[in-house]
Structures are given as C-alpha cells and as structure tokens.
Design a protein around this ligand. Structure first.
Ligand SMILES: Cc1ncc(C[n+]2csc(CCOP(=O)(O)OP(=O)(O)O)c2C)c(N)n1
Length: 707
C-alpha cells in the first residue's frame, strides 16, 4: 500500500490523501458491523467526521507554518489523536455536557463548535479569541457559548475541576456528562488519582479520556505508569464503580464503540468511565520540541502506519461511504476554509494593553451594591467560632447555591473546631458533607462547582495542610477569571483555621496569608473578633470572587475576642480597615492576634503618657491603604505587626507601602514586629521565643515612640 503521509520534523504533509489500495484493515469490519456499532452515524455524519479530521490536521500544519513565518509563537498539535477525540465529541453535547479538553484536543474542540477562525484568533492572541482574549497560550480551549471552561496549563489540575462540574450537575439534577482528558503522562499526577477516586466513590458522570501517545514530551510511558505493561487502564482497574476500557484510539470505529459504551454506562448512573485510547503523536510535543532528538526513526515510521485519518478514509472508501473524489473535495474545501479563517483572524484587533491587568477580580460593581454595616451588634455576646457558625447557617438559609464540605465538617463532629456544627443536620447531607482527606480535591472540586454556578464554602482543616491545594489556588482558582477574560469564575470561599499560640507545634500553628497575598485574584480576610468574623464571612459568601478566610484558632473561643452578635444583614466590606483605638503619637498597623497584644501595650503606654493608634486591617487583600496612610500622616510614626515570620511576611508589604507613600511625614523608621524566621516549636517556652509576644510588642512600640 502506498502511504501518502509524510512527516519531517515538525512538518507533516497529508497530500493526495488516499491510495486506492484497499489495504488490510484491522478486523476488516463488514458494513453491517459498522452500522451495528454506530447506529447514529449516517453517511453524512461520517463525511463530517472526515471533514473535522482533515480540518484539525490541516490546522496543525497551517499553525506550524505560521510559526515558521514568525507570525505566532506557539503551537501544540493534535495530529494522530483525531479519531478518539471525534468519536467522543460526536457523542457529547457542548451546550449541555461539560467539556474539559486538554491542549491536544483540537479535533474535539472543532467538533464541539470552536470555529477555525476562533482557533486562529487564539493563535494570533487577538482580543476576540473566545478562550482568553490573548491571555492564555494557544491550544488552551475555552468558549463562552459552549460548556468549555478556559483551560489552564498545569498537567492534571483540570481533573478535579471536571469532577466539581460533574458534582454540580448532579446537585442541580441535570443530566450532563463531564468530559475531561489528558495524555498518559499526566496520569502520574496525584490530582488525577484524587479525581478518579472522588468520581468513583460518588458514581459521578465523568468521562476520563486518557490519550496515550506513549510520550510525555520525551519521557516514555514505561518510565511513567505503574500499570501492567505501562497501561493506564490496568493501573486504574481497582475502582469499584469505574468503567475502564483500553482501545485503539487511532481507529474511529473502535473509539466510537468504546465511547458509546462508556457514555451509556455513565448515563445509566453506574459511575464514571475511563478510556485509555492508544494514539500516535505524529508531530513533536509542541513547536518548541523536536522529537527526532529522542525518538527512533523506526518508531516514527511505525506511528505513521497508524495514522487515524488514513485508516478512517480507507475504511470509508472500502465500505463504499465515500469516493476519492469526494475526499479531495472535502480536503480542498478545508484548505480554503483554513486560509480564509487565518487571514481574517490575522487582521483582527489586538488586545488593548490598557486591559492587561483587568479581570483579576469581579468588575461588575456587585461589591459596591451590597449594603454594609446596616445593623448594629446588639445581640448576645458570642465567641468567634460561634459567630462563624451562625454566619454559615444564615447564609445557607439565604442562598441555596451554597454547599459546604471539608474534612470532618458534617455532624455529629461538626468540624474539628465545631465551626460547622449543626449544618448537615439542618440543611441535609446533599448540601453539607464530608470530603475525602484530600485538600487538592476540596479546592479543585469546589472550583469546578463554582464555575458551574454553585457557591461552595469549604473548610481546609488547618492552614498547615492547605499546601496540597496550593496548585489549585494558584493555577486554577486565582487565574480563571483573568485567563478567560471574565467568562469563567470560581468564587468559592475557603475557611481556614490558622495561627499559633495554641501549642500546636510546627504543623498546627502556621500562618498562610502572605503566600496567598502574592497571588493576584484571591481576596483574603483575617478577622480578629467575633463581629468582624461574622460580617466578613457573610460578605465573602455574597461576593463574586474567591476568598481565603483566615480564622485564628487562638481567637476562636477567647473571651476578649467575643462581641455582641451582629444581625443577619450585617456585612463588612472587604478593604475597610478598622481604627480599633485612636491615638496621636504612633500608628500600629496589624491584624489577628497582635491586635489584642497591641491594645494591651497601648493601655500600658497610655499610663506612661503616650497616645497609640491601632489599626486592624481586617482584610489583607484588598488592603485599605487610605486608612493606614491617613493614620501615619497624623501620628508620623508607624510600626507594623504580623504573627507570621519576618521575611516576606505581609507586614513587609505594608511597611514598604508606608515608606513609599508617607516618607515625608515620618519621624522615624517604619518598624516591623514579626515571628522569628523559624518554624514554630511545640514547647511553650520555645513557641514564645519564636512568635511575637505581649512583652516584645510593648517594648518595641515604646522604642519607636522614644526614637
Ligand atoms: C504540572 C506540570 N508539570 C509539567 C508541565 C510541562 N508539560 C507540559 S505537557 C507535558 C507532558 C504531558 O504529557 P502527557 O500527559 O503524556 O500528554 P501529551 O502531551 O503526550 O499528549 C509536560 C511535562 C506542565 N504543563 N504542568
């Protein structure tokens, strides 16, 4: 059989298409078998599949040519993956089902409705690129009119978001399938396993498609997977409710049959499905790679023999579904369409550099429409943890989109600090439930639910254990609005107990706010008393941005942090600091536990004739600079206190901004008090030596007063 596919480095040509040679096809299926497997596929459907295959392949070729011409910077090709993707795409409905494609899913994206022009708009990073308006790399699909959330780049994080979207569809009673895909290399990521675990346990309607092209950039699957024979399907065979199948993903009909079985299984409520589709990577990993450097030419030659388009075309000819002439006609139509699409896209408008930092946060104006502080704190005095609990009860009652989950949060435990006590009993396990012991899962699933329109308010049991979820925060939650140019958002609230002074040792004492403050796109609250905790948490539940809500464990039940309980409508704006105590001689800017230590110091210093002003910033992001600067301009001295370590603690940021903005008003250096740059030890005497303490705070404020 004369093969007409040629591949040279990154360049692939698929000219003249088909030989008239019938070839010896695997299984040489009869027409009956073809029909039996594919009762929905008419001749027209098959022609459309071939059209989409050719469109996808030739877009790869065109994109590589544009790159060589210096008109674009990056392309990642799907050549060799077309058959399985189209077999999946034609059985999914992008208006109803959720699609989380990965960067090699060009064929699927085109079949779902992303047009060639839209593809090229992304290639050229144009304003009208529907995925991201030129923010995200090409090959990261997304669309406002389709259920395709704009995709991030880390391998594997999307799995948990997909599980979250599937969970949302179940909670909402929708009959949708969620598709999520990756290569085989990505299945080494922990979040993939977490996602399959969650989906299997809850029998969620997720189709996991693993496109195994045997390489993760240059790393062969043998160095990747612990499954028998390097098979991902084998590796995942132990999950009770998971449908697993390994197929030849270069054969459209095998692929179609397997996807059909999987989708039927999912739609019958039996659980998720995982298909491992063995495909070929006909181009290098990406335009930045050259696979000839690490792959044997013989292996590349073998891959060419499995070209899915050639297989499919020959099969259609053999079965009498198409003629060579018809194929050529489709091909010339495709080439014309691509030329038109790319030249139109090339001429489209570039993004406006003035918008480069927009859409990090909600710009709808919602936060300005909320009514703040419109009820007084006149109730019974309550402790902070009860204020939090009450806020959750009230907000759940108000908004049926709120879902609460985390480790041990359901009754009868009600959370290790009892912050969620009574919620599952009152609102039912559908809305309040225990999560697996997996922090990336909690945040990844919550992000998926949030992008599907729900409002998860989740708990991470200790700040010290938020780190497995850091990738989800940094790469998914914080970036979604920005990278989709305001199309997709993940406004979940994450409550997280933090802080020391409870003799919790290294792993129950940490502060986390400075790590997260560094990430654009996340709001951070850190209340110091019960009323602020209630008001800020209620606001967090109503905002359209992701919020990390830091709750100091040492303040949960402290009598001095108690407040009369504010009413159900009590909201506190983010970005509004509170002047805890007015004074003339020095400004103490702080948050959390040091608020109380500063107050203590201020009282002592008052007896010594000094007047100390104390500002509780209450929210880290946004930071109320105005209140801080006004205070410093009045007192001419500033000392910033944070409980976290000195180096890169958030106090450093505040101090720097004071220096920048109030230099001419200062009568002394901007001082800082913070924990020593150390881990937090268990023994109380050691802990006291590391964390800021009352005595030190008093002494250092006084030193600056005397400066
Ligand atoms: C968390 C993370 N680590 C590394 C990378 C860089 N990277 C991008 S794709 C890739 C290989 C993925 O291989 P595989 O999952 O087999 O998919 P394929 O590209 O072969 O289709 C790597 C290492 C990344 N994007 N994310």
């Amino acid at each position: 059989m004369a093969r007409k596919v040629q591949i040279e480095g990154n360049k692939i040509t698929f000219e003249e298409k088909l030989s008239s040679d019938n070839g010896n096809l695997n299984g040489s299926a009869s027409r009956e078998k073809l029909n039996q497997n594919n009762e929905f596929l008419t001749k027209k459907d098959l022609h459309r599949v071939l059209y989409l295959m050719l469109l996808s392949r030739n877009i790869d070729i065109k994109a590589m040519n544009l790159l060589k011409q210096g008109k674009t910077f990056f392309h990642i090709a799907g050549s060799g993956h077309e058959a399985i993707q189209l077999a999946a795409a034609v059985q999914l409905d992008p208006k109803k089902d959720w699609l989380f494609p990965y960067y090699r899913d060009l064929s699927l994206a085109l079949a779902a409705g992303i047009t060639p022009k839209e593809f090229f708009l992304q290639c050229f990073a144009k304003e009208d690129d529907p995925s991201s308006g030129g923010r995200q790399l090409p090959g990261h699909f997304g669309h406002p009119d389709l259920n395709i959330p704009s995709q991030s780049s880390p391998t594997g994080t999307q799995f948990l978001n997909a599980v979250g979207a599937a969970l949302a569809s179940v909670k909402k009673g929708e009959n949708a399938v969620t598709y999520v895909s990756s290569g085989e290399g990505t299945t080494s990521q922990g979040e993939f396993h977490e996602a399959v675990n969650w989906a299997s346990r809850e029998k969620l309607p997720v189709l996991f498609l693993i496109e195994n092209n045997k390489y993760a950039i240059s790393v062969h699957v043998n160095q990747q997977s612990g499954g028998k024979g390097g098979s991902v399907a084998e590796m995942m065979s132990g999950f009770e409710n998971l449908f697993v199948k390994r197929i030849d993903g270069t054969d459209f009909f095998d692929s179609y049959g397997a996807v059909k079985e999987a989708v039927d299984y999912i739609k019958n409520g039996k659980g998720p499905a995982l298909i491992e589709a063995e495909v070929v990577r006909l181009m290098s990993h990406s335009s930045s790679d050259d696979q000839k450097k690490y792959r044997d030419p013989k292996e590349l030659e073998e891959d060419l023999k499995r070209d899915p388009i050639e297989k499919f075309s020959i099969r259609l000819i053999n079965e009498g579904y198409i003629t060579k002439e018809e194929i050529n006609k489709i091909k010339s139509g495709v080439l014309e369409e691509i030329e038109k699409a790319s030249s139109e896209a090339f001429k489209a408008a570039d993004p406006d550099p003035r918008d480069a930092c927009r859409n990090l946060f909600d710009e709808s104006g919602l936060k300005d429409l909320l009514e703040y502080e419109n009820s007084q704190s006149h109730g019974e005095k309550i402790v902070m943890v009860d204020a939090i609990n009450h806020a959750l009860h009230e907000e759940m009652k108000r908004n049926d989109k709120i879902f609460i989950f985390g480790e041990d949060i359901a009754d009868s435990k009600g959370g290790v600090f009892t912050a969620t006590k009574g919620l599952s009993s009152k609102f039912g396990e559908k809305r309040v439930f225990n999560s697996p012991l997996a922090e990336a899962s909690i945040i990844g699933v919550a992000a998926g639910m949030a992008l599907a329109g729900l409002k998860p308010v989740v708990e991470i049991q200790f700040g010290d254990y938020i780190w497995p979820a850091f990738m989800q925060f940094k790469s998914e939650v914080a970036t979604l609005r920005y990278r989709s140019k305001n199309t997709w958002t993940a406004p979940l609230v994450t409550r997280v107990p933090v802080g020391g002074y409870i003799h919790g040792g290294l792993y129950h004492s940490q502060n986390i706010e400075s790590f997260f403050a560094h990430i654009p796109g996340i709001l951070i609250a850190y209340p110091s008393n019960a009323a602020d905790a209630k008001g800020l948490l209620k606001t967090a539940c109503r905002l359209n941005d992701p919020v990390i809500f830091c709750e100091h464990k040492g303040l949960y039940r402290q009598s001095f942090a108690m407040s009369p309980e504010p009413g159900e409508d009590y909201l506190i704006p983010f970005g509004k600091a509170k002047v805890i105590k007015e004074g003339k001689d020095i400004s103490v800017i702080t948050y959390g536990v040091p608020v109380w230590d500063s107050l203590n110091a201020a009282k002592k210093l008052e007896h010594e004739g000094y007047s100390v002003e104390i500002i509780d910033i209450r929210t880290i992001i946004p930071l109320d600079e105005k209140t801080i600067f006004n205070s410093v301009k009045k007192t001419n001295k500033a000392i910033v206190i944070n409980e976290d370590t000195l180096t890169a603690g958030f106090g450093g940021e505040i101090a720097a901004r004071i220096s920048d903005n109030c230099f001419q008003f200062l009568d002394g250096p901007v001082k800082r008090i913070a924990a020593k740059d150390s881990h937090i030890p268990y023994a109380p005497i050691l802990e006291n030596a590391v964390l800021p303490n009352r005595e030190r705070i008093y002494r250092e404020i006084k030193e600056l007063l005397e400066y």
